[in-house]
Design a protein around this ligand. Sequence first.
Ligand code: IPE
Ligand code: IPE
Ligand code: MG
Length: 248
Amino acid sequence: MSPRESIPAVPHVAIIPDGNGRWARQRGLPRNLGHRRGCEVVRKIVRAARSLGVRQLTLYAFSMENWARPREEVDAIMSLLDSYLKRETDELVERGVRVSAIGRLHLLERDVQDALRELERRTEANAEMRLTFALSYGGRSEITDAVRKLAREVEAGRVDPDAIDEKRVRAALYDPELPDPDLLIRTGGEHRISNFLLWQMAYTELWTTDTLWPDFSETDLRRAFEFYGSRERRFGRTGDQAPRRGEA
Ligand code: IPE
Ligand code: IPE
Ligand code: MG
């Protein structure tokens, strides 16, 4: 059996890659080295996800709340991000990965914004897998920004308040085409969402591991996929009506 056949397919995987700081502290290293190592793991896991048939991978790279970290740490993360985006372009283009980003991107440094735009442009035609970075992202900010957008539409007389339904709310999110994640992976032992994809995760299966992100491997990814394959997703219906295992 090929490795791909032996594990269940997960169309959309969302990841909260947590634990970089603790990984560094355990080794008596500065937090930044944890982030550096975390970046390398991102590269490895993007490859692994692509080869395991994932269609959409969404990575929480930097939250709105992370802006409150010490200036040096924020700067270090931004500079790592900038070099990751530049360095990975060729490989992502080659591997057919289409990259985009969601979040309050205008808050990012100009260099990072430019690198993102360039990567989006160069990978636009790719269709093997979509990779979305949630950057300067908060689920509450996203919903707030969507509400503001809709309020403007109402004010301009283009939308009737009674016509606002879930479809319209979704259409006002940062990326209306981003599907709901099927599986959320959180590393680093915490069992919380930390303001990630609040709208989209209504029925996402949650898997957490104590493994710190810099130690996360393809084996852990496969373990998460196996967990996903064992779930019965019901979406509020009864067991009899429910779709089969692991299917939306
Ligand atoms: C996650 O690792 C990476 C980012 C938030 C950018 P942390 O930096 O939160 O690591 P811990 O949770 O302090 O170990
Ligand atoms: C979540 O991790 C954000 C990212 C991984 C980018 P945090 O480390 O910021 O979350 P909390 O503070 O433990 O909830
Ligand atoms: Mg953390």
